[in-house]
Ligand binder design. Structure first.
Ligand code: ZN
Length: 61
């Protein structure tokens, strides 16, 4: 048996943003075509996360 380390999980001060997972950026699929029939392309673009405004932390309500 290995020596037991007492687990001391640190509580994060703020929750991670669920949308960008704390990164502050999201990757969204580039869509082309008309609004009626959008087609996803293989291209991905990094986008500013609007949920946390790029902070990476979930907004508190
Ligand atoms: Zn976010």
């Amino acid at each position: 048996m290995a020596a037991r380390k007492s687990p001391a999980p640190r509580k994060p001060r703020a929750k991670k943003c669920p949308d960008c997972k704390g990164v502050g950026e999201i990757t969204e699929t580039v869509r082309v075509g008309s609004a009626r029939k959008p087609r996803e392309t293989a291209d991905r673009q990094a986008a500013f996360c609007l949920t946390c405004f790029g902070t990476g932390t979930a907004p508190t309500d």
